[in-house]
Design a protein around this ligand. Sequence first.
Ligand SMILES: NC(=O)c1ccc[n+]([C@@H]2O[C@H](COP(=O)([O-])OP(=O)(O)OC[C@H]3O[C@@H](n4cnc5c(N)ncnc54)[C@H](OP(=O)(O)O)[C@@H]3O)[C@@H](O)[C@H]2O)c1
Length: 358
Amino acid sequence: MTPTTQKALGLPGEGHPFTLLDAWPVPTPGPDEVLVKIMSSALNPGDWKLQDYGVSVIGGTYPYIGGFDGAGVVEEIGSQVKNIAKGDNIMFTFGVNEPEKGSYQQYRVVSADNAAKMPDNITFDQAASVPTCLATVATGIWAHEPGASSVDFPAPWEEGGLTKFKDQAALIIGGSSSVGQYAIQLAKLQGFSPIVTTSSLKHADYLKSLGATHVIDRSLSPEAIAAEIQKLGRPIVYAYDAIADKTTQNLAYDVVAPGGSLVVADFRSQPILAEKLERDGGSKKVGYPFSGLSWPGNKKLGVELFARLEDWLRTGVVVPNRIEVLLGGLNAVPGGLDRLKSNQVSGVKLVVHPQETA
Ligand SMILES: NC(=O)c1ccc[n+]([C@@H]2O[C@H](COP(=O)([O-])OP(=O)(O)OC[C@H]3O[C@@H](n4cnc5c(N)ncnc54)[C@H](OP(=O)(O)O)[C@@H]3O)[C@@H](O)[C@H]2O)c1
Protein backbone atom coordinates (compact mmCIF):
# COMPACT_ATOMS: atom_id res chain seq x y z
CA MET A 1 0.00 0.00 0.00
CA THR A 2 1.24 3.50 -0.85
CA PRO A 3 2.40 5.39 2.26
CA THR A 4 1.12 8.89 3.01
CA THR A 5 4.57 10.36 3.72
CA GLN A 6 7.99 9.69 2.28
CA LYS A 7 11.62 10.79 2.19
CA ALA A 8 12.47 13.60 -0.23
CA LEU A 9 15.51 15.77 -0.90
CA GLY A 10 14.88 19.45 -1.36
CA LEU A 11 16.13 23.01 -1.16
CA PRO A 12 14.28 24.60 1.78
CA GLY A 13 15.11 28.13 0.62
CA GLU A 14 17.53 30.26 -1.43
CA GLY A 15 21.16 29.60 -0.50
CA HIS A 16 20.32 26.44 1.47
CA PRO A 17 21.98 23.09 0.73
CA PHE A 18 19.93 20.08 -0.37
CA THR A 19 18.32 18.70 2.80
CA LEU A 20 16.58 15.39 3.50
CA LEU A 21 12.90 15.87 4.37
CA ASP A 22 11.71 12.90 6.42
CA ALA A 23 7.94 13.22 6.21
CA TRP A 24 7.23 14.87 2.87
CA PRO A 25 3.66 14.15 1.72
CA VAL A 26 3.09 11.58 -0.99
CA PRO A 27 1.08 13.49 -3.62
CA THR A 28 -2.17 12.46 -5.29
CA PRO A 29 -2.28 12.41 -9.10
CA GLY A 30 -4.58 14.83 -10.96
CA PRO A 31 -6.75 13.63 -13.88
CA ASP A 32 -3.85 13.78 -16.41
CA GLU A 33 -1.17 12.50 -14.05
CA VAL A 34 0.18 9.28 -12.61
CA LEU A 35 1.74 8.53 -9.21
CA VAL A 36 5.03 6.69 -9.60
CA LYS A 37 7.19 4.86 -7.08
CA ILE A 38 10.65 6.06 -8.06
CA MET A 39 13.26 3.31 -8.42
CA SER A 40 16.03 5.41 -9.98
CA SER A 41 16.63 9.18 -10.14
CA ALA A 42 19.23 10.77 -12.39
CA LEU A 43 21.54 13.57 -11.30
CA ASN A 44 21.90 16.55 -13.62
CA PRO A 45 24.19 19.62 -13.51
CA GLY A 46 20.97 21.66 -13.42
CA ASP A 47 20.48 20.58 -9.79
CA TRP A 48 23.65 22.26 -8.50
CA LYS A 49 22.98 25.23 -10.77
CA LEU A 50 19.52 25.71 -9.20
CA GLN A 51 21.06 25.43 -5.74
CA ASP A 52 23.65 28.10 -6.64
CA TYR A 53 21.58 30.48 -8.78
CA GLY A 54 18.13 30.06 -7.20
CA VAL A 55 15.13 28.17 -8.55
CA SER A 56 13.41 31.28 -9.93
CA VAL A 57 15.40 30.80 -13.19
CA ILE A 58 12.94 28.03 -14.04
CA GLY A 59 9.98 29.66 -12.33
CA GLY A 60 10.36 27.52 -9.18
CA THR A 61 9.51 28.37 -5.57
CA TYR A 62 10.72 27.01 -2.20
CA PRO A 63 10.68 24.45 -0.73
CA TYR A 64 11.92 22.95 -3.97
CA ILE A 65 12.24 19.18 -4.44
CA GLY A 66 15.24 18.59 -6.68
CA GLY A 67 15.82 16.13 -9.48
CA PHE A 68 14.64 16.24 -13.07
CA ASP A 69 14.22 12.75 -14.47
CA GLY A 70 13.83 9.23 -13.25
CA ALA A 71 12.17 5.86 -13.69
CA GLY A 72 9.82 3.77 -11.59
CA VAL A 73 6.61 1.82 -11.25
CA VAL A 74 3.14 3.36 -11.66
CA GLU A 75 1.10 3.11 -8.44
CA GLU A 76 -2.01 5.10 -9.41
CA ILE A 77 -3.34 6.74 -12.56
CA GLY A 78 -5.55 9.81 -13.05
CA SER A 79 -9.00 9.45 -14.57
CA GLN A 80 -8.00 10.84 -18.01
CA VAL A 81 -4.74 8.91 -18.50
CA LYS A 82 -4.81 6.61 -21.52
CA ASN A 83 -1.16 5.90 -22.43
CA ILE A 84 -0.04 4.39 -19.12
CA ALA A 85 -1.54 1.78 -16.76
CA LYS A 86 -1.09 0.90 -13.09
CA GLY A 87 1.92 -1.38 -12.70
CA ASP A 88 3.72 -0.09 -15.81
CA ASN A 89 7.42 0.68 -15.60
CA ILE A 90 7.89 4.22 -16.84
CA MET A 91 10.55 6.90 -17.35
CA PHE A 92 9.70 10.53 -16.97
CA THR A 93 10.97 14.07 -16.97
CA PHE A 94 10.06 17.15 -14.99
CA GLY A 95 7.24 19.64 -15.27
CA VAL A 96 7.76 23.39 -15.47
CA ASN A 97 6.73 25.51 -12.45
CA GLU A 98 6.07 22.32 -10.49
CA PRO A 99 8.73 22.36 -7.78
CA GLU A 100 7.07 19.64 -5.73
CA LYS A 101 7.37 17.23 -8.66
CA GLY A 102 11.13 16.70 -8.59
CA SER A 103 12.60 13.21 -8.79
CA TYR A 104 14.56 13.31 -5.53
CA GLN A 105 11.73 11.70 -3.64
CA GLN A 106 10.38 8.18 -3.25
CA TYR A 107 7.03 8.90 -4.92
CA ARG A 108 6.05 11.72 -7.26
CA VAL A 109 3.28 12.62 -9.63
CA VAL A 110 4.16 12.91 -13.30
CA SER A 111 2.16 14.37 -16.16
CA ALA A 112 1.27 11.46 -18.44
CA ASP A 113 2.51 13.59 -21.38
CA ASN A 114 5.99 13.69 -19.83
CA ALA A 115 6.23 9.93 -19.28
CA ALA A 116 6.84 6.91 -21.48
CA LYS A 117 6.70 3.19 -20.87
CA MET A 118 10.08 1.50 -20.50
CA PRO A 119 10.92 -1.33 -22.89
CA ASP A 120 12.02 -4.50 -21.11
CA ASN A 121 15.56 -4.42 -22.56
CA ILE A 122 16.68 -1.56 -20.28
CA THR A 123 16.96 -1.16 -16.50
CA PHE A 124 15.42 1.53 -14.29
CA ASP A 125 18.86 3.12 -14.01
CA GLN A 126 19.35 3.26 -17.76
CA ALA A 127 15.82 4.57 -18.28
CA ALA A 128 16.40 7.36 -15.75
CA SER A 129 19.31 8.65 -17.84
CA VAL A 130 17.22 9.32 -20.91
CA PRO A 131 14.35 11.81 -20.59
CA THR A 132 15.92 15.14 -19.62
CA CYS A 133 19.14 14.96 -21.62
CA LEU A 134 17.39 13.55 -24.70
CA ALA A 135 14.84 16.36 -24.40
CA THR A 136 17.67 18.91 -24.15
CA VAL A 137 18.71 17.86 -27.64
CA ALA A 138 15.23 17.34 -29.10
CA THR A 139 13.89 20.72 -27.91
CA GLY A 140 16.91 22.43 -29.45
CA ILE A 141 16.33 20.99 -32.90
CA TRP A 142 12.70 19.87 -33.28
CA ALA A 143 10.46 22.22 -31.24
CA HIS A 144 8.42 24.41 -33.59
CA GLU A 145 5.71 25.94 -31.40
CA PRO A 146 5.74 29.61 -30.39
CA GLY A 147 7.97 30.05 -27.34
CA ALA A 148 10.46 27.35 -28.43
CA SER A 149 14.09 28.26 -29.00
CA SER A 150 15.12 25.68 -31.54
CA VAL A 151 16.86 25.67 -34.90
CA ASP A 152 13.68 24.18 -36.32
CA PHE A 153 14.84 21.01 -38.05
CA PRO A 154 12.09 18.67 -39.24
CA ALA A 155 11.68 15.86 -36.69
CA PRO A 156 12.18 12.26 -37.87
CA TRP A 157 8.40 11.76 -38.02
CA GLU A 158 7.97 14.91 -40.16
CA GLU A 159 8.56 15.39 -43.88
CA GLY A 160 12.28 15.56 -44.61
CA GLY A 161 13.24 14.60 -41.06
CA LEU A 162 15.22 11.56 -42.21
CA THR A 163 16.46 12.94 -45.52
CA LYS A 164 17.03 16.72 -45.40
CA PHE A 165 20.47 16.45 -43.75
CA LYS A 166 21.63 13.22 -45.33
CA ASP A 167 25.42 13.20 -45.68
CA GLN A 168 25.85 16.72 -44.34
CA ALA A 169 28.48 17.38 -41.67
CA ALA A 170 27.63 17.91 -37.99
CA LEU A 171 29.75 18.78 -34.96
CA ILE A 172 28.88 17.77 -31.41
CA ILE A 173 30.95 19.58 -28.78
CA GLY A 174 31.28 17.43 -25.66
CA GLY A 175 30.22 14.06 -27.07
CA SER A 176 30.93 12.20 -23.81
CA SER A 177 28.53 14.33 -21.75
CA SER A 178 25.08 12.89 -21.18
CA VAL A 179 23.54 15.49 -23.47
CA GLY A 180 26.32 15.05 -26.03
CA GLN A 181 25.74 11.29 -26.25
CA TYR A 182 22.11 11.91 -27.21
CA ALA A 183 23.11 14.71 -29.60
CA ILE A 184 25.34 12.25 -31.48
CA GLN A 185 22.54 9.70 -31.69
CA LEU A 186 19.88 12.13 -32.91
CA ALA A 187 22.30 13.57 -35.49
CA LYS A 188 22.85 10.02 -36.76
CA LEU A 189 19.08 9.43 -36.85
CA GLN A 190 18.66 12.52 -39.02
CA GLY A 191 21.26 11.23 -41.50
CA PHE A 192 24.11 13.64 -40.73
CA SER A 193 27.50 12.31 -41.79
CA PRO A 194 30.28 12.86 -40.96
CA ILE A 195 29.51 13.44 -37.26
CA VAL A 196 32.52 14.97 -35.57
CA THR A 197 32.72 15.21 -31.80
CA THR A 198 35.12 16.62 -29.21
CA SER A 199 35.85 14.44 -26.19
CA SER A 200 38.59 12.89 -24.10
CA LEU A 201 40.00 10.25 -26.41
CA LYS A 202 39.38 7.48 -23.84
CA HIS A 203 35.70 7.66 -24.89
CA ALA A 204 36.41 7.53 -28.64
CA ASP A 205 35.35 3.92 -29.27
CA TYR A 206 32.16 4.33 -27.28
CA LEU A 207 31.20 7.54 -29.06
CA LYS A 208 31.85 5.87 -32.41
CA SER A 209 29.48 3.09 -31.35
CA LEU A 210 26.81 5.79 -30.89
CA GLY A 211 27.36 7.27 -34.34
CA ALA A 212 30.32 9.64 -34.18
CA THR A 213 32.59 9.25 -37.20
CA HIS A 214 35.50 11.39 -35.94
CA VAL A 215 36.56 12.08 -32.34
CA ILE A 216 38.82 15.09 -31.73
CA ASP A 217 40.78 15.38 -28.47
CA ARG A 218 38.91 17.93 -26.42
CA SER A 219 42.12 19.03 -24.64
CA LEU A 220 43.46 20.62 -27.85
CA SER A 221 43.25 24.41 -28.16
CA PRO A 222 40.14 25.79 -29.90
CA GLU A 223 42.34 26.76 -32.86
CA ALA A 224 43.73 23.22 -33.11
CA ILE A 225 40.21 21.73 -32.88
CA ALA A 226 39.00 24.10 -35.61
CA ALA A 227 41.98 23.08 -37.77
CA GLU A 228 41.13 19.38 -37.30
CA ILE A 229 37.54 20.08 -38.34
CA GLN A 230 38.71 22.01 -41.38
CA LYS A 231 40.76 19.01 -42.51
CA LEU A 232 37.48 17.21 -43.23
CA GLY A 233 36.93 19.64 -46.09
CA ARG A 234 33.18 19.74 -45.38
CA PRO A 235 31.03 22.70 -44.28
CA ILE A 236 29.59 22.19 -40.78
CA VAL A 237 25.87 22.58 -41.31
CA TYR A 238 24.88 21.87 -37.69
CA ALA A 239 26.69 22.08 -34.37
CA TYR A 240 25.40 21.13 -30.91
CA ASP A 241 27.39 22.53 -27.99
CA ALA A 242 26.62 20.30 -25.00
CA ILE A 243 29.25 22.04 -22.83
CA ALA A 244 28.17 25.63 -23.47
CA ASP A 245 31.03 27.51 -21.83
CA LYS A 246 32.45 30.65 -23.42
CA THR A 247 35.24 28.81 -25.24
CA THR A 248 33.09 26.02 -26.65
CA GLN A 249 30.31 28.38 -27.78
CA ASN A 250 32.73 30.60 -29.64
CA LEU A 251 34.42 27.58 -31.22
CA ALA A 252 31.12 26.04 -32.28
CA TYR A 253 29.78 29.31 -33.65
CA ASP A 254 32.94 30.02 -35.62
CA VAL A 255 33.11 26.61 -37.30
CA VAL A 256 29.45 26.51 -38.34
CA ALA A 257 29.18 27.48 -42.01
CA PRO A 258 27.12 30.56 -43.01
CA GLY A 259 23.50 29.46 -43.22
CA GLY A 260 24.16 26.71 -40.67
CA SER A 261 22.65 26.09 -37.24
CA LEU A 262 24.07 25.95 -33.72
CA VAL A 263 22.34 24.73 -30.56
CA VAL A 264 23.81 25.72 -27.18
CA ALA A 265 22.68 23.50 -24.29
CA ASP A 266 22.60 26.16 -21.57
CA PHE A 267 19.81 28.69 -22.12
CA ARG A 268 21.31 31.06 -19.55
CA SER A 269 24.34 31.63 -21.77
CA GLN A 270 22.56 33.63 -24.49
CA PRO A 271 24.60 36.87 -24.14
CA ILE A 272 27.90 35.15 -25.00
CA LEU A 273 27.31 35.15 -28.76
CA ALA A 274 25.19 38.31 -28.97
CA GLU A 275 27.90 40.45 -30.57
CA LYS A 276 28.76 37.88 -33.23
CA LEU A 277 25.10 37.27 -34.03
CA GLU A 278 24.50 40.96 -34.52
CA ARG A 279 27.64 41.34 -36.65
CA ASP A 280 26.64 38.41 -38.88
CA GLY A 281 23.06 39.64 -39.30
CA GLY A 282 21.54 36.27 -38.47
CA SER A 283 23.36 34.28 -41.16
CA LYS A 284 23.78 31.51 -38.58
CA LYS A 285 20.80 30.32 -36.59
CA VAL A 286 21.32 29.72 -32.85
CA GLY A 287 18.92 27.83 -30.54
CA TYR A 288 18.97 27.69 -26.74
CA PRO A 289 16.85 24.72 -25.66
CA PHE A 290 14.98 24.22 -22.44
CA SER A 291 14.35 20.57 -21.68
CA GLY A 292 11.05 21.17 -19.87
CA LEU A 293 8.53 19.41 -22.07
CA SER A 294 5.53 21.09 -20.46
CA TRP A 295 6.93 24.48 -21.56
CA PRO A 296 4.41 25.87 -24.10
CA GLY A 297 6.89 25.82 -27.01
CA ASN A 298 7.86 22.21 -26.28
CA LYS A 299 4.54 20.63 -25.37
CA LYS A 300 3.57 19.20 -28.76
CA LEU A 301 7.11 17.93 -29.35
CA GLY A 302 7.13 16.30 -25.91
CA VAL A 303 4.03 14.26 -26.68
CA GLU A 304 5.39 13.18 -30.10
CA LEU A 305 8.79 12.30 -28.64
CA PHE A 306 7.53 10.32 -25.66
CA ALA A 307 5.12 8.41 -27.89
CA ARG A 308 8.17 7.02 -29.75
CA LEU A 309 10.60 6.61 -26.88
CA GLU A 310 9.76 3.04 -25.85
CA ASP A 311 10.17 1.85 -29.43
CA TRP A 312 13.38 3.84 -30.03
CA LEU A 313 14.96 2.33 -26.91
CA ARG A 314 13.76 -1.19 -27.71
CA THR A 315 15.17 -1.05 -31.24
CA GLY A 316 18.39 0.75 -30.34
CA VAL A 317 17.64 3.98 -32.22
CA VAL A 318 18.47 5.57 -28.88
CA VAL A 319 20.88 3.93 -26.42
CA PRO A 320 20.80 5.12 -22.79
CA ASN A 321 23.88 6.62 -21.13
CA ARG A 322 26.33 4.42 -19.28
CA ILE A 323 25.50 4.47 -15.57
CA GLU A 324 27.20 4.86 -12.21
CA VAL A 325 24.88 4.06 -9.26
CA LEU A 326 25.64 6.04 -6.08
CA LEU A 327 24.97 4.03 -2.92
CA GLY A 328 23.00 5.57 -0.05
CA GLY A 329 19.79 6.58 -1.79
CA LEU A 330 18.89 10.28 -1.73
CA ASN A 331 21.63 10.93 0.84
CA ALA A 332 24.19 10.34 -1.94
CA VAL A 333 22.86 13.18 -4.13
CA PRO A 334 24.80 16.14 -2.63
CA GLY A 335 28.14 14.33 -3.04
CA GLY A 336 27.22 13.43 -6.61
CA LEU A 337 26.29 17.02 -7.41
CA ASP A 338 29.65 18.18 -6.00
CA ARG A 339 31.36 15.77 -8.40
CA LEU A 340 29.33 17.08 -11.34
CA LYS A 341 30.15 20.67 -10.43
CA SER A 342 33.88 19.98 -10.16
CA ASN A 343 34.02 18.01 -13.45
CA GLN A 344 34.67 14.71 -11.69
CA VAL A 345 32.16 12.77 -13.80
CA SER A 346 33.33 11.44 -17.13
CA GLY A 347 31.16 9.75 -19.71
CA VAL A 348 28.59 8.32 -17.28
CA LYS A 349 25.26 9.36 -15.80
CA LEU A 350 25.07 9.33 -11.99
CA VAL A 351 21.87 7.85 -10.54
CA VAL A 352 20.52 7.11 -7.04
CA HIS A 353 17.86 4.72 -5.76
CA PRO A 354 15.42 6.78 -3.63
CA GLN A 355 13.87 3.64 -2.07
CA GLU A 356 17.26 2.85 -0.45
CA THR A 357 17.33 6.12 1.53
CA ALA A 358 18.04 5.43 5.21
N1 LIG B 1 18.91 23.58 -21.30
C1 LIG B 1 18.50 22.56 -20.56
O1 LIG B 1 17.31 22.40 -20.30
C2 LIG B 1 19.52 21.58 -20.05
C3 LIG B 1 19.11 20.31 -19.60
C4 LIG B 1 20.10 19.39 -19.21
C5 LIG B 1 21.44 19.77 -19.23
N2 LIG B 1 21.76 21.04 -19.64
C6 LIG B 1 23.16 21.50 -19.65
O2 LIG B 1 23.88 20.73 -20.59
C7 LIG B 1 25.24 20.67 -20.18
C8 LIG B 1 25.69 19.21 -20.21
O3 LIG B 1 25.00 18.46 -19.20
P1 LIG B 1 25.35 16.93 -19.02
O4 LIG B 1 24.46 16.37 -18.00
O5 LIG B 1 25.38 16.30 -20.36
O6 LIG B 1 26.84 17.05 -18.46
P2 LIG B 1 27.83 15.90 -17.97
O7 LIG B 1 27.44 14.59 -18.52
O8 LIG B 1 27.99 16.03 -16.51
O9 LIG B 1 29.19 16.39 -18.64
C9 LIG B 1 30.41 15.81 -18.26
C10 LIG B 1 31.20 15.48 -19.51
O10 LIG B 1 31.54 16.70 -20.18
C11 LIG B 1 32.79 16.52 -20.79
N3 LIG B 1 33.42 17.83 -20.98
C12 LIG B 1 33.64 18.77 -20.03
N4 LIG B 1 34.21 19.87 -20.59
C13 LIG B 1 34.37 19.60 -21.91
C14 LIG B 1 34.90 20.33 -23.00
N5 LIG B 1 35.40 21.55 -22.87
N6 LIG B 1 34.88 19.76 -24.22
C15 LIG B 1 34.37 18.52 -24.40
N7 LIG B 1 33.86 17.77 -23.40
C16 LIG B 1 33.87 18.30 -22.16
C17 LIG B 1 33.55 15.64 -19.82
O11 LIG B 1 34.47 14.93 -20.58
P3 LIG B 1 35.81 14.25 -19.98
O12 LIG B 1 35.45 13.61 -18.68
O13 LIG B 1 36.17 13.28 -20.99
O14 LIG B 1 36.80 15.32 -19.81
C18 LIG B 1 32.47 14.74 -19.21
O15 LIG B 1 32.38 13.48 -19.85
C19 LIG B 1 25.30 21.31 -18.78
O16 LIG B 1 25.73 22.65 -18.91
C20 LIG B 1 23.85 21.26 -18.33
O17 LIG B 1 23.53 22.25 -17.37
C21 LIG B 1 20.84 21.93 -20.06
